[in-house]
Design a protein around this ligand. Structure first.
Ligand code: IMP
Ligand code: MG
Length: 182
């Protein structure tokens, strides 16, 4: 890990946020057997912790993968879906989309559009982190762990050019440390 990474959320702080989200989902999804759909790759660690902390039975754990072109810290302006759960697994079901972080909203919009085509009974978004000041497209986010300012973060599943996903905490990368952030 680079020396200039600044600790932003400790594993304990992340755990507290995940606990709270799990409790909110338990309250809202009692008896509904929700299907949790994680947005790859960034959500893998959050998903693993979230399902372990939830108490309600879960109908299915699956993932969807969106690809937005371009490396570094900027989003390209569009996202295409390159893997999604099979349609019959979604039709008529109660979906919870599990996101690591919502930035411009472009990825989540593409994910919701793709999943929505399979006519789920309901669809809500649960994001560990939210950067509302960066939003370019409005997205409905019902469950938010921590709202953060316009800063690029890594760790707890989140990457910079595929690195640092393994860090157990979330770190802020100072501006200029990696090129790309407008
Ligand atoms: P959006 O399409 O701009 O909302 O970006 C969504 C995706 O970009 C997230 O699911 C992350 O994978 C990635 N992303 C956005 N902001 C960050 C960040 O600060 N650190 C790491 N990845 C990020
Ligand atoms: Mg992501």
């Amino acid at each position: 890990m680079e020396n200039s990474f600044t600790p932003w959320l400790s594993p304990g702080e992340i755990g507290a946020a995940v606990d709270r989200l799990a409790a909110e989902l338990d309250r809202d999804y009692e008896g509904r057997m929700p299907v949790l759909v994680g947005v790859l790759t960034g959500s893998f660690m959050f998903m693993a912790d979230l399902v372990r902390r939830m108490r309600v039975p879960i109908g299915r754990v699956d993932f969807i993968k969106a690809e937005s072109y371009g490396a570094g810290q900027t989003s390209s302006g569009n996202a295409s879906i390159i893997y999604s759960p099979p349609g019959p697994a979604l039709a008529g079901r109660t979906l919870v989309v599990v996101e690591d972080i919502i930035d411009t909203g472009i990825t989540t919009t593409a994910v919701l559009e793709c999943l929505g085509k399979h006519r789920p009974e309901s669809m809500e978004v649960c994001a560990l982190l939210d950067k509302p000041s960066r939003r370019q497209v409005e997205v409905p986010v019902k469950y938010v762990g921590v709202t953060i300012p316009d800063r690029f973060v890594v760790g707890y599943g989140m990457d910079l050019d595929q690195r640092y996903r393994e860090l157990p905490g979330v770190f802020y990368i100072p501006q200029g440390e990696a090129p790309g952030q407008a």
